[in-house]
Design a protein around this ligand. Sequence first.
Ligand code: F0G
Length: 493
Amino acid sequence: MPSTNQFYFPFPPHFVIVMLQTANSTSAPQTDLAFQRCINPTCGATYEANSVRTSCDKCGDLLDIDYEWDRAVLPKKLSEFEAMWNQRTNPVRFSGVWRFHELLPFVPQDKIVTVGEGQTLLQQTDSVGDYVGMNHGKLHLQYEGMNPSGSFKDNGMCAAVTHAAMMGAKRAACASTGNTSASLALYCSATRLMRAVIFIGSGKISYGKLSQALDYGALTVQIAGDFDDAMIRVKQVSQELGIYLVNSVNPFRLEGQKTIMFRILEALRWEVPDWIVVPGGNLGNSSAFGKAFSELKALGLIDRMPRLAVINASGADTLYELVERRGVRWNGGHVNMDPIREYNDLMDREGKKADTIASAIEINRPVNLKKCLRALDTMDGVVRQVSDQEILDAKAKVGAGGFGCEPASAASVAGAKLLRREGVIAPSDRVVCILTGHELKDPTATVAYHTTDQEVFNKTLGSRGVTKASHANRAIAVPNELDDIIKAIQLYS
Ligand code: F0G
């Protein structure tokens, strides 16, 4: 195994530490509780946690990580997790993912990989709330862009890389619209545990994300195709070469992503919000959120479920089409596959490709579709689509009233606004929009929105049907003369 890097703040080696016990902490979780289970109830095949799978051997369906919860050592109430806050020198408890280890106990503490992910913020904002149409105090933004690689992916990647390391993997691969690849590349460069092999569609990834993969030293394979093509190829290649796959078909990754919900509850002092609104791409997040709340409810740690809204970009709206137009439902696990097959065939016949400025969610064949249907079922969910115009306007409002986000993330705010307009969300509801990626991931889209250069606007945004930038903050051009500069500042401020 290559030597691991060392971090000198705020704690010693990031990789592996024995948990510190305190009087208030729960005991270290047992780790023989976890197993993999096929999500198809008529199959229900189970497999050891200590095996590498991305689908059921028997029926090909997706897999969950499940636990023998009756043997688990769990807190009696969620507020007991607050005892972890005073263990910040322990990397496991410093991590915003692993401080909830008891709720994802598939690994012993001494095998956990962490780079300090999950130090994210829940912001309550009335300026964005006004834009959405909420009563004051009711709109919250969960900034997952504050993760080490700048997106929510680190929540899941630390779990997937932990499992990959447990399995002795030397290479890990993913297809990506940019954030998964940036995250995998970071975990590989920071830990030196394995080599990252990433598949990206040509011309489909924003520079911020591409630059991360290159800088972190990932083997970067650019496919002549889009994300959906790259996803098919990475599955084939990892199977053929025995490379560990970290896309969200990997059920361990979704265990890490559950913790986004735990942190939201933590920030709301363990009160359940009314709505979680999330952009939908490959549908890993929505699937993980549904699983998180179902487990908390079954364990008696919450007393009610929030509702879920998954927001597609209108140029990549497969989930919306299937759920809201073609009536596809989870149906107790007996999903009617006919409309799904028909729609996939239609996309093939018409050569329909996903197309949106929100490149992170430019996906037409979401791999976690069935799990997302399950989450929509358990969380009484809805699906909506929003245009690139709505996404960019919402993004400008998030920038002006908060800490900013990348285009795909703003789909959640645009979606909340739409659901408010429809009356599905009430102004008095407590709403949390998940901002999945950092503002700096895609500066091209941001600058094009705020630019005074019509050519730049047309090239990047006009070509996608964006006609105006109502919330643009334009730079003012002034001659290099003191008087003119002063006059301009007096005029505009
Ligand atoms: N927002 C951002 C910023 C993303 O990067 C992604 C997914 C999503 C939303 C959608 O999340 O797949 O869980 O529904 N990006 C993947 C990638 C596909 O390759 O980085 P999802």
